[in-house]
Design a protein around this ligand. Structure first.
Ligand SMILES: Nc1ncnc2c1ncn2[C@@H]1O[C@H](COP(=O)(O)OP(=O)(O)O)[C@@H](O)[C@H]1O
Ligand SMILES: [Mg+2]
Length: 287
């Protein structure tokens, strides 16, 4: 059984995708782990940054993306095949990283989300389709060490499917007032999901991203986040703090071929904080 971790925040632009991709690359290359990324966001940013737009378009035309997995549920078909949908050895590092795979997303996931919402639930939680993802993928993900799920910026049914499959979740934030505002809501919502389904989904902590050390606001918010961690139920703030760095943003461009993690992330920033973050995460989740 793999260790599965969802990256969630109700806010977009905080670094969910950037951190999912970086953590996956560091875990695969520096820790020799077999990693699968599941892209649950219709914005397809993780997908495009890991396999490029050209390959993704081909995959999308074939219809083998996360969309078909959910569409099969809605239309009672059996078209999705994990074997065809999972793309192997993705990333622009070295032409692809052995042991880093991707279940790609598609823009059509927006429509699927709308369709899923229309399913009548009569208010009974257990009747909501929360296990579509887990039940469809079950055996196909067993041989991975780590599964990282890049969630869309909402707590809708698709995100809930990702959470139910996860033992852990991470909350990336920008340390400003708006970006940290939704944290209590995330924690409360996951707790409710746990109570109502009996599944345990533990918070690993908050990842501070886009940090500007010269900003009094950022420093103050970081302090508050650290102070409130236990009380607010998100466990901790990772000591690896990710600074705002042009290199972190540029790294998401698949069209720039790179040879190594250093080539992609430099020697200092964001390389060192990413390396530290992946070590911190693994030190908690590794058996
Ligand atoms: N540490 C960072 N420094 C500078 N830019 C960053 C950093 N992390 C992410 N970005 C950029 O910020 C934007 C939002 O990040 P992204 O990972 O797409 O957020 P999300 O998935 O939460 O919407 C992207 O353009 C990304 O390249
Ligand atoms: Mg994203």
């Amino acid at each position: 059984m793999p260790i599965t971790i969802s990256l969630i925040n109700l806010k977009g632009g905080v670094g969910k995708t950037t951190l999912t991709v970086a953590l996956a690359e560091f875990m695969a290359l520096q820790h020799d782990l077999k990693v699968l990324i599941i892209d649950l966001d219709p914005q397809t940013n993780a997908t495009v940054s890991l396999m490029g737009e050209h390959e993704w378009k081909k995959q999308n035309i074939k219809g083998q993306t996360i969309v078909q997995l959910f569409r099969d549920y809605l239309e009672n078909t059996h078209i999705f095949s994990a074997r065809e949908a999972i793309v192997h050895n993705v990333s622009n590092i070295g032409g692809g990283i052995t042991g880093l795979d991707l279940l790609p997303s598609s823009l059509d996931l927006i429509d699927i989300q709308d369709e899923l919402i229309k399913i009548p639930t009569r208010g009974i939680f257990s009747q909501r389709p929360l296990t579509i993802l887990g039940e469809t993928l079950c055996e196909d993900i067993n041989h991975y060490d780590i599964v990282l799920i890049d969630c869309p910026p909402n707590l809708g049914l698709i995100t809930q499917n990702g959470l139910i499959l996860s033992q852990y979740y991470l909350i990336p934030v920008i340390p400003d007032v708006l970006s940290t505002y939704g944290i209590p809501q995330i924690v409360a919502r996951v707790k409710r999901l746990e109570t109502e389904t009996g599944v345990h989904i533990k918070p690993l902590g908050v990842i501070v991203n886009h940090f500007r050390k010269n900003s009094p606001l950022h420093t103050n918010q970081l302090h508050l986040l650290q102070l409130n961690a236990e009380k607010s139920g998100y466990h901790q703030v990772f000591s690896a703090i990710i600074p705002e760095a042009t290199r972190a943003a540029n790294a998401m461009d698949f069209t720039l071929p790179v040879r190594s993690l250093h080539d992609k992330y430099g020697y200092e920033v964001p390389f060192k904080p990413y390396q530290k973050l992946s070590e911190e995460v693994l030190s908690i989740v590794s058996p």
